[in-house]
Design a protein around this ligand. Structure first.
Ligand SMILES: Nc1ncnc2c1ncn2[C@@H]1O[C@H](COP(=O)(O)OP(=O)(O)OP(=O)(O)O)[C@@H](O)[C@H]1O
Ligand SMILES: [Mg+2]
Length: 256
């Protein structure tokens, strides 16, 4: 199996601040790749760079052999890359069903869209039960499910997940990660999973990269990373790092 995506030496800035300092990684077709790192390591910036929300100053992002590092987010989405953004970014006053339908905005195949909606409801029965309610009325876990469902509605080749476990109870994290594994196995969708929760991420991923201050400091198979002492010490021992409730305000172009 070849690489679906090859990221080479990307450097991404916020104004004068270099957030990503020459990052390279590969995503193998059909696998779950995780990028782990603490607050501010640059995880979200990497996903914004891949999805076209930000352009890297240097370096390249190749998807199916094609350079995409300067493409607009809509074109990147059209190639089959769906982002589930940090903090979900649903439309709180729109119904759950409408939020899900928005994920299919680039598609015209109405019959397939309808059957994909059923598929999403099958993955997330508790979301189906609340399909007519405004998305903002749902719990954090249910909103995360809607955000993942919305990404699935694009029928993507690759899903980018930005900290799906954030703010969820261990039980809900387990539930959501079981669905992530099913999406990978049953739909054969490639997944890039960004997480601070190294423990759960390494349980489901095939390969992992550890990011510190905008640089990759370690890369190995998930099972090898789980065995490494420094990974254990810095990422697996400490489950609650810092105050997760206090989030920086962040500029975003769109939910996509
Ligand atoms: N809108 C912004 N303007 C300026 N600097 C920013 C902005 N967003 C992020 N940064 C900086 O870029 C670096 C990487 O941030 P990023 O959001 O990618 O980290 P992260 O790994 O996703 O962190 P978290 O786990 O908190 O989501 C940090 O130093 C951060 O302060
Ligand atoms: Mg982030």
């Amino acid at each position: 199996m070849g690489h679906l995506m090859e990221v080479r030496n990307i450097e991404t800035y916020y104004g004068p601040t270099m957030a990503i300092r020459g990052v390279s990684f590969d995503v193998t077709q059909g696998e779950i790749v995780t990028i782990l790192g603490a607050n501010g390591a640059g995880k979200t910036t990497i996903l914004k760079t891949i999805s076209g929300l930000m352009d890297p100053q240097k370096g390249s992002v190749a998807f199916e052999g094609r350079d995409i590092q300067r493409m607009d987010p809509n074109r990147v989405a059209g190639l089959g890359i769906s982002l589930v953004p940090e903090g979900r970014e649903l439309f709180p006053f729109l119904s759950v069903r409408d939020n899900l339908q928005l994920g299919a905005y680039l598609r015209r195949d109405q019959a397939a869209i309808a059957s994909d909606l059923e598929r999403v409801f099958e993955y997330f029965p508790s979301v189906k039960a609340r399909a007519s309610q405004p998305a903002g009325m749902l719990s954090g876990g249910e909103q995360q499910m809607v955000a993942i469902g919305r990404a699935l509605m694009a029928r993507p080749k690759m899903i980018l997940l930005d900290e799906p476990s954030l703010g969820l109870s261990p039980k809900l994290v387990k539930e959501i990660f079981e669905i992530i594994v099913r999406i990978n196995r049953e739909d054969r969708t490639t997944i890039v999973l960004v997480e601070q929760n190294a423990n759960v991420a390494l349980q489901v991923a095939h390969y992992g990269y550890i990011l510190e201050m905008g640089r990759v400091v370690m890369a190995d198979t998930a099972s090898a990373l789980l065995e490494k002492d420094d990974v254990k010490e810095f990422y697996l021992g400490i489950k609650d790092k810092g105050v997760r409730g206090v989030r920086r305000w962040k500029k975003r172009k769109t939910w996509r």
